[in-house]
Design a binder for this molecule. Structure first.
Ligand code: URA
Length: 189
């Protein structure tokens, strides 16, 4: 583990810890406020993210931005990262060995950001962070506290593109995050 961003970011350059390096254009490390109290964790880059090296800039990201705007959450005031930093082919879910190979980078990001709240975007983030016993359908919208960090599991934004009802849940869950941040007297807007 690195105690500073510079060394951590240097350590991932040219990463070949898993097979996802073979097809990538860019490593998508993370974006936003590196000292934010609120962090969001997605699954892995898609095609747009792979080209731009920024998480959540494609269709799903645009939808997430709309929710942020509606709730007055400033995207540059939160920190956003993914379970895997390289795009899985054809946007398939990251395989277990890929997630395991990549998770230390994310653990190190969490260590450096020191968020008080982490929003888990979808099942892949949920299972890799809180454990395989969790499932997004049952867990979403319910706070889990672990080692002083409050976790809010919610739908992955791509799921909202396929099901309008999930949009309502997603908005509700982010509103919960806003409210909790307010109660805790911490940032995000
Ligand atoms: N989906 C994710 O999980 N992460 C991104 O960065 C983009 C789409």
């Amino acid at each position: 583990m690195y105690d500073n961003w510079e060394d951590l970011e240097k350590s991932i350059i040219g990463c070949k810890k898993c097979k996802l390096f073979t097809n990538r254009n860019n490593i998508v490390f993370g974006t936003g406020d590196k000292q934010s109290d609120i962090m969001l964790i997605g699954e892995g880059p898609g095609a747009d993210e792979d080209l731009q090296a920024i998480p959540f800039v494609g269709k799903a990201g645009k939808l997430m931005n709309m929710a942020f705007d509606a709730l007055n959450i400033k995207r540059d005031k939160v920190y956003i990262a993914n379970i895997v930093k390289c795009r899985p082919p054809a946007n398939r879910n990251p395989e277990n060995d890929e997630a395991q190979a990549c998770l230390d980078y994310l653990r190190n990001q969490v260590l450096l950001v020191k968020p008080k709240i982490i929003v888990l975007l979808g099942n892949v983030a949920l299972k890799n962070i809180l454990g395989k016993e969790y499932g997004i359908t049952a867990a979403r919208g319910k706070w889990v506290e672990k080692k002083g960090i409050w976790y809010m599991p919610t739908w992955h934004p791509a799921a909202l593109l396929r099901d309008d009802n999930k949009k309502i849940d997603f908005w509700k869950d982010l509103k919960e995050v806003k409210n909790k941040a307010k109660d805790m007297n911490i940032g995000g807007d």
